[in-house]
Design a protein. Structure first.
Length: 262
């Protein structure tokens, strides 16, 4: 019973976090931006963060200033550790605050930590008490099957998303190898005497290279929307990610211009 209740708290906070994140980024980007890593409309880090903050901070309810400061500290630790372990798993830093003031290794920054602290404060004093009352009204005969079904669905979603991220990493590696091969062949042809057959082959290689870039750009848009500051320690991979970001921005600007002309 208690696990089912806390799981619902986790999911509701994950959904609220998703709504806040998407709304904030949509206003900044001036277009609808889906910042979710998973397929569903929820961000688990907000669910974990809310429970991590609310449960211990209930003991300091009488001291609002301490609640806020602890909320900042706890959410910062969670974000830092999440970034650290995801980088170890995917060999890529999914967000990078290196350009933000008061950042620590680009994993957390003062602005985000302050915002998370404010959200933790609001949840502790206002949102969570109302949420507890609402969930307590759900009969146990409904609560357990509901939480079980939702947990099963999120598990499938998480597994699918991790596979997608791994596939993206593999595509990046294969793309770099294939591009290098094509560029070497094109460079070799450029050094040879021009003939109709060589020019035709070079044109086909150029087209194949362009098609590779288009396919990778299309497949990477979802990842880039979720993690616009994604980067990597490997210099070649970092440059490839930056190039992808530029290509996607160029693609969106072109689409915007086409809509405006219409």
């Amino acid at each position: 019973m208690q696990f089912d209740q806390y799981f619902l708290y986790f999911l509701i906070y994950a959904i609220i976090g998703y709504i806040c994140e998407v709304s904030y980024c949509t206003i900044l980007d001036k277009r609808l931006t889906n910042r979710g890593f998973l397929h569903g409309p929820y961000l688990p880090i907000y669910g974990f963060g809310a429970l991590l903050v609310i449960i211990p901070l209930m003991f300091f309810h009488a001291n609002p200033i301490l609640v806020f400061l602890l909320a900042v500290l706890l959410t910062s630790i969670l974000e830092y550790m999440t970034s650290f372990f995801l980088e170890k798993i995917f060999n890529t830093k999914l967000w990078d605050y290196s350009k933000n003031f008061g950042n620590i290794h680009g994993r957390v920054c003062l602005l985000n930590s302050t915002l998370f602290g404010m959200m933790g404060f609001a949840a502790t004093y206002y949102l969570h008490p109302a949420l507890v009352r609402s969930v307590s009204h759900i009969p146990e005969v409904v609560l357990h099957p509901l939480s079980s079904v939702l947990l099963f669905g999120i598990s499938i979603d998480a597994t699918s998303s991790i596979i997608r991220m791994s596939a993206f990493q593999k595509q990046l590696a294969e793309f770099r190898i294939r591009v290098r091969e094509l560029e070497e062949r094109i460079e070799l042809l450029a050094k040879q005497m021009a003939t109709p057959s060589l020019e035709s082959l070079r044109e086909r290689l150029d087209n194949e290279l362009e098609e590779l870039k288009v396919r990778l750009n299309k497949r990477s848009r979802r990842i880039m929307d979720a993690f616009p500051s994604i980067t990597a320690k490997n210099e070649e991979q970092r440059l490839q990610l930056e190039l992808l970001k530029m290509n996607i921005r160029s693609y969106r600007e072109t689409k915007r211009e086409q809509r405006n002309r219409k």
